[in-house]
Design a protein. Structure first.
Lengths: 392, 336
């Protein structure tokens, strides 16, 4: 179980050496390895890719999902208490994010969107760094190169091009790493995503397009974004696709391993549609009762990704009191550290506003900085002046 | 020193950058086998390979966004935007990603991307092929914007732009591509004038005339013509539009007390507006007259048979000089 260092717990890619060629088929069939009731069902093509997942690793995946749900709930609470300005919950998407992120190698590079906090957690981003931007203490909470995760993208779909360009760089370097773009169903309408698919296909770049179809782009249902199943669009670009149950952590992991294996062996890009559901609001500022039916939420609650894995563990006799206690303790500890780290986060200093606009000196900006510093100094105590300025 | 065209001088600078740094990679539409629609990248793909001189799909946002990803991976992409008016599909990636990445990541991720833009009018083109979009980018923090006016600067400054760790927009005056000039290809970059510095190209004492890109030649011609009438114009090639080299501009205006700014781009919110405001703030008591702008009109770029009315020519610039000097001019008698 990966308890101390979330970044090092990645399960290395297993399964057969050559990619499953038949996953090139249209994405119509929803691949599922664990039923909503927690039954492990066999799938001849996908099973080999997760046959190495041990009982202990299943428990670790369970822990990850419980912990990230707890981080999500704690962050929502922190927002309600005024400690965060905003928070985009991932409630319901835990299996999609954990299953895919745990299928990656450390040298792979992830380009996430703002909701992919479970992915960031798996890659080793400190939870308080995850909320830093949402508290307004920075535009982004971490150095991408320390965890091989780009900062979370807010412009919808823009990061799919970054992932593709990064993958082109991997090709030029002769490396076997993979770039992974995370995005949602809404993003598939963006020009950038479509251009990324064109570039990736033309150059056969080692990139995985991981689309979490959570059914809602704020208030717009997925049927408004796509007249056909999203995975089926990939065929038009000449990119093989898979459509998997995004609430099934094993199916997601298998699909991601198939895709990364293909990319590592020169097989080019793959498109994965993970069919899941955003059980919470778009952000803490959103009110889904205005646009969606409560029954829909109930239907999806019955397919909950964590309850599903828990049932599987139970069926296999793995859900011991020991495991449950350890997982609960871990979630408590992470939440407690997140809360205290958030509340005690150092405040940015006024002159930080001028830092890092350029990597080399820029005289007109230095002049503005100098003038603002004189302005603040004119109040006497700069700290007091800054707080008064901020209050306006 | 070698005599060469403007386009060849850029080509030679690109070649040197490709030779000197294996991380330099050229990307764009038709830049490979064709050598670019203006032949600026002629022969480079043949010599450096398809992985370093990359013909891309026809999608400007795609080119810019993948350049961001390559920069993330440690590359120095040099992107060609085929024509000025085709840059807008890439605008979001430039403004929201290229310009902001270094700030967003607190310096962790650098974006050493050079964006080459053939710009400006005067070649009788259809719509979208003659624009001057530089002010959109000078208004955007995080970008550096330069424009070259002669083969030597074109050769030197493309290399300086590529070597810069910040993103640089490099505006090339397409109507000057075939102009020839002496180029010293052995010039040491560190010894060359910084790309952020303006250059006094004609010394004078009566009025300061600021230009960049295609209009530097026109401004120099205007200074020659004015000299016949006993008017001494100091012509400055801005070279860098962001940041502006205020030290050089202020020194000249403090000497002459009069300022004329010319550009092909529209007037409102343009580079001239920024310079006029800043120079007025910085040297108000040295000014003998209000700054004068001689620019393209606030119209969409017109059809080519009318473009010479839109583009500031020698006579319109001299009319502006007369205004700055309080001599009889086309607006004499009008208030303000």
């Amino acid at each position: 179980m990966f308890t101390d260092d979330a970044g090092k717990g990645g399960i290395s890619a297993g399964g057969p050496g050559n990619s499953a060629g038949s996953s090139r088929r249209s994405g119509g069939d929803l691949v599922q390895l664990i039923t909503p009731g927690g039954e492990r069902v066999s799938h001849p093509e996908f099973d080999p890719w997760v046959q190495d997942v041990s009982d202990e690793q299943l428990g670790a995946l369970y822990e990850d999902m419980v912990v990230i749900r707890r981080i999500d709930a704690e962050a929502t609470a922190l927002q309600r208490q005024g400690e965060l300005a905003l928070w985009p919950p991932l409630l319901g998407q835990e299996a999609s994010q954990i299953g895919s992120a745990r299928a990656l190698r450390d040298d792979d590079f992830v380009f996430p969107s703002y909701r992919d906090n479970g992915v960031a957690y798996c890659r080793g981003v400190n939870p308080e760094d995850i909320v830093k931007a949402w508290r307004g203490n920075a535009l982004a909470g971490w150095d991408p190169y320390t965890v091989n995760v780009a900062t979370q993208q807010i412009i919808i779909g823009a990061q799919t091009l970054h992932a593709t360009g990064y993958a082109m760089g991997i090709q030029n370097d002769g490396a076997d790493s993979v770039a992974v773009a995370y995005f949602g169903d809404g993003a598939t309408s963006e020009g950038d995503v479509n251009e990324a698919l064109v570039f990736a296909a033309s150059f056969q770049s080692p990139v995985v397009f991981f689309c979490q179809n959570n059914h809602w782009a704020i208030s717009e249902p997925v049927r408004l974004q796509s007249h056909i199943q999203i995975a089926d669009r990939a065929a038009g670009f000449g990119i093989p696709s898979m459509r998997v149950d995004g609430n099934d952590v094993l199916a997601v992991m298998a699909a991601t391993r198939i895709a990364t294996d293909r990319a590592r062996h020169g097989g080019g890009p793959t498109f994965i549609e993970a069919v899941t559901y955003r059980m919470g609001p778009h952000t803490t500022a959103d009110d889904p009762t205005r646009y969606r039916d409560a029954n829909e939420l109930e239907d999806w609650a019955a397919k909950d990704p964590i309850a599903r894995l828990k049932s599987l563990l139970e069926r296999k006799g793995l859900l011991t009191a020991e495991l449950e206690t350890a997982v609960a303790a871990k979630a408590d500890a992470v939440a407690k550290a997140l809360r205290s780290g958030t509340i005690n986060m150092p405040e940015p200093q006024p002159m930080d506003i001028f830092k890092h606009v350029y990597s080399t000196p820029h005289s007109p900006l230095e002049r503005q900085q100098d003038h603002y510093s004189r302005y603040l100094a004119s109040f006497g105590d700069p700290a007091e002046a800054a707080s008064e300025e901020g209050a306006r | 020193m070698t005599q060469m065209t403007f386009a060849r001088a850029i080509n030679s600078g690109l070649r040197k950058s490709l030779e000197n740094d294996p991380k330099v990679i050229l990307m764009g539409e038709d830049i490979g086998a064709l050598g670019g629609v203006f032949r600026v990248t002629d022969g480079l793909q043949k010599d450096f390979g398809k992985h370093r001189v990359v013909d891309t799909p026809l999608a400007e946002s795609g080119i810019m966004g993948t350049a961001v990803g390559l920069a993330y991976r440690g590359y120095r992409p040099v992107v060609e935007i085929q024509f000025d008016g085709f840059i807008y599909p890439a605008f979001d990636q430039i403004v929201s990603q290229v310009a902001k990445m270094h700030y967003r990541t607190q310096g962790a991720v650098k974006m050493p991307i050079t964006i080459r833009v053939p710009f400006g009018g005067g070649i009788g083109s259809p719509e979208h092929h003659s624009e001057s979009p530089e002010a959109y980018f000078t208004h955007t923090s995080g970008l550096r914007v330069i424009s070259v006016s002669n083969p030597q600067d074109a050769h030197t400054m493309i290399q300086q732009a590529i070597a810069s760790d910040d993103p640089v927009l490099y505006f090339e005056p397409k109507r000057r591509y075939h102009d020839k000039g002496e180029v010293d290809e052995s010039l040491d970059l560190s010894a060359a004038l910084s790309m952020e510095k303006a250059r006094v190209v004609t010394e004078g004492k009566d009025v300061t005339l600021l230009a960049y890109g295609p209009l530097v030649k026109t401004a120099k011609d205007a200074a020659l013509a004015a000299a016949d009438e006993g008017i001494s114009i100091e012509v400055i090639d801005l070279r860098s539009l962001a940041p502006l080299d205020f030290a050089t501009l202020e020194a000249s205006v403090r000497k002459t007390g009069r300022l004329v700014i010319t550009h092909e781009a529209s007037q409102t919110g343009g580079i001239g507006a920024e310079i006029a405001a800043s120079i007025t703030e910085r040297c108000f008591y040295h000014l003998e007259a209000a700054p004068v702008r001689v620019t393209g009109f606030d119209v969409p770029y017109p059809y080519s048979k009318l473009e010479m009315h839109h583009l500031p020519g020698l006579d319109r610039i001299l009319d502006g000089v007369d205004r700055a000097l309080g001599r009889p001019n086309s607006l004499s008698g009008l208030e303000g």
